[in-house]
Write a new protein. Structure first.
Length: 578
């Protein structure tokens, strides 16, 4: 059978996907006239469409604890405000945002930033990788079994594409990985390894353990082949550094900590505190004045810190605008940047000010802030008519976040406090690398400090401080083997604070809440209904799209919310005291 580019790929899970690399005129061609993948150049070109345009950032932020419902009664950010609580009558971008924030199935939005768009976009990318891999096998067979270096690199990229997109899907639509045995009880997502050849095949979601095993197989196989030889601009593809960063994140979630350190060292250099000068520096923001200026610095493909970038079709910046119903405000704001912190003597984190993460200004803070890191890059198809596509450039893997992953692995895996402190100290130094004027302003009078072991023990031992807990005993709910010793509490609190800041609006905070078993709540609507999520709440898995369930796939929430509420006893959902 000939291998072909397909304009539309019918997928049994109820979605129809359009391959972005194809043109409408392709459908008019007779089957024998259609383009085949016959050469390595065609394979390499085809794989450029193997990166999903679906953005999981907004879905996960709405499902985590970085946003509030401005219409629900909440404490103002301004501690001097006359009112104890405030609330508004602000609009949501669409009803789907309210559904996700309320931990309900998202039925009202199937466009950008919805579970439907994420599901279809990621499975389209997986289909692209599978088609490429099948075509490679045929080309190599026709060539007498000879595989060129370019083809090997393409094979590595295709395998990593397949592994990565399944990794995101399982972490969004399933429960967090617990361990090899416990995760056999949690429903996974279909792991697709072959091109679609029938109209309505049936797929099994398997288990989270199964999915992680298959991801690991593809990941390890892809790492054997990956290189940077196929592209002039490797940052937009799985390059060698990005592959190691993905491996480090995967093994962190799987709790194989030595492998986390191994793959992080491959990028950052071996040894605690080593960075290979890869971390983001903030001196480039000195001349910025507009959202676009700041956004371009964050998303710069020439930045050593940005290991891989992905262009996604997203209106996240519009959804997150100050004055919308769901924004970064209230308690989340006072827990991420709006407080006097361990290494700064200011009422707000200087790094956030320098880097344009408070673009709406102090006067509008109660309506929410928007970070410039999610600046929208608009792609015009008709400038005269103002028509085009809104894109958010995801910094999918960065050296700074990789350093925090290595620090976590050192701490939990080996209880290497010295190594943890060295990595965290390097991270804090990097986020305080301001230009000369900002350094003079924020550093005046000891306004900026280095992170030290003594400072960590003193500041992060107080549970009253933001992102701090009295202990991390709740982790053992995830797995009997996942126990954080009490003496590591201040170090875990330190990690929690800086990870929450570093990953803001990336969606990774949702994954952190799930994999640590941290319990949290959302307050919804003007009546202040509080929805609490226990560590094992079925709603920690975002529900798969309704059209996919209608096509026969099992729900992400096999235990009904009603039954779960009953099992948790009274008080699970309650009204706020006003």
């Amino acid at each position: 059978m000939k291998t072909k580019y397909l304009k539309y790929l019918t997928f049994s899970l109820g979605a129809v996907f359009a391959l972005s690399s194809c043109t409408d005129s392709f459908l008019d061609k007779e089957p024998d006239e259609r383009v085949e993948l016959k050469t390595e150049e065609q394979i390499v070109s085809f794989l450029t469409s193997g990166y999903s345009s679906g953005n999981y950032g907004w879905i996960c932020e709405l499902s985590a604890d970085n946003l509030i419902d401005n219409n629900a009664p909440h404490a103002p950010v301004d501690e001097d405000a006359e009112r104890d609580e405030i609330y508004y009558n602000l609009p949501y971008y669409d009803r789907g945002d309210e559904e996700l924030f309320s931990f309900e199935p998202c039925r009202s939005n199937t466009q950008q930033d919805s579970p439907s768009s994420l599901w279809s976009g990621h499975y389209l990318a997986i289909a692209t990788a599978n088609q490429a891999l099948q075509s490679m096998d045929k080309i190599i067979a026709d060539n007498g079994g000879v595989e060129s270096d370019k083809m090997r690199a393409a094979r590595g990229e295709a395998l990593l594409i397949r592994a990565y997109h399944h990794f995101i899907l399982v972490n969004v639509f399933s429960q967090a990985y617990k361990d090899a045995e416990a995760s056999k009880q949690d429903i996974g997502i279909p792991y697709i390894t072959e091109p679609e050849t029938t109209v309505s095949p049936q797929y099994d979601r398997g288990t989270v353990a199964d999915v992680y095993d298959k991801i690991q197989n593809d990941l390890e196989e892809g790492l054997k082949y990956i290189s940077d030889i196929n592209y002039e601009k490797p940052k937009w593809h799985f390059n060698t550094n990005a592959a190691h960063a993905f491996a480090a994140r995967f093994y962190l979630y799987k709790r194989e900590y030595d492998k986390v350190i191994e793959h992080a060292d491959a990028v950052l250099g071996a040894g605690a505190g080593s960075t290979n000068n890869m971390l983001m520096t903030y001196d480039g923001f000195g001349e910025c004045s507009t959202m676009e200026d700041y956004g371009n610095v964050w998303q710069d493909p020439d930045s050593k810190n940005n290991l891989m970038l992905i262009a996604t079709n997203s209106v996240m910046m519009r959804r997150a605008q100050p004055g919308m119903r769901f924004t970064w405000s209230g308690k989340p704001l006072t827990e991420t940047i709006w407080f006097m912190g361990p290494t700064w003597n200011w009422s707000i984190m200087p790094t956030a000010m320098v880097s344009g993460m408070v673009m709406s200004g102090y006067s509008n803070v109660e309506y929410g802030l928007i970070p410039s890191k999610i600046y929208e890059q608009f792609q015009y198809t008709d400038k005269v008519s103002g028509i085009g596509y809104p894109n958010i450039i995801r910094r999918e893997f960065t050296a700074s976040e990789l350093l925090l992953e290595r620090a976590e692995a050192r701490l939990i895996g080996n209880q290497d406090i010295t190594g943890f402190v060295a990595d965290m100290t390097a991270y804090v130094k990097s986020i305080q690398t301001f230009d000369e004027d900002n350094q003079a302003h924020y550093g005046a009078g000891g306004g900026l400090k280095d992170l030290t072991d003594e400072l960590i023990q003193r500041w992060f031992s107080r549970a009253a401080n933001p992102n701090c807990y009295e202990n991390w005993d709740f982790t053992q709910n995830m797995s009997g083997s996942f126990v954080i010793p009490h003496e590591l509490t201040p170090y875990m609190n330190c990690l929690n604070l800086y990870r929450r800041f570093e990953t803001l609006y990336d969606g990774l905070r949702f994954f952190d809440l799930k994999r640590f078993g941290i319990e949290y709540s959302h307050k919804v609507g003007r009546d202040g209904t509080v929805i609490e999520l226990k560590w094992n709440d079925p709603r920690r898995a975002v529900e798969i799209p309704q059209e996919v369930i209608s096509a026969g796939l099992k729900s992400s929430r096999p235990v009904s919310t009603e039954k779960f509420n009953q099992s948790m006893g009274s008080g699970y959902m309650k009204k706020s005291d006003k």
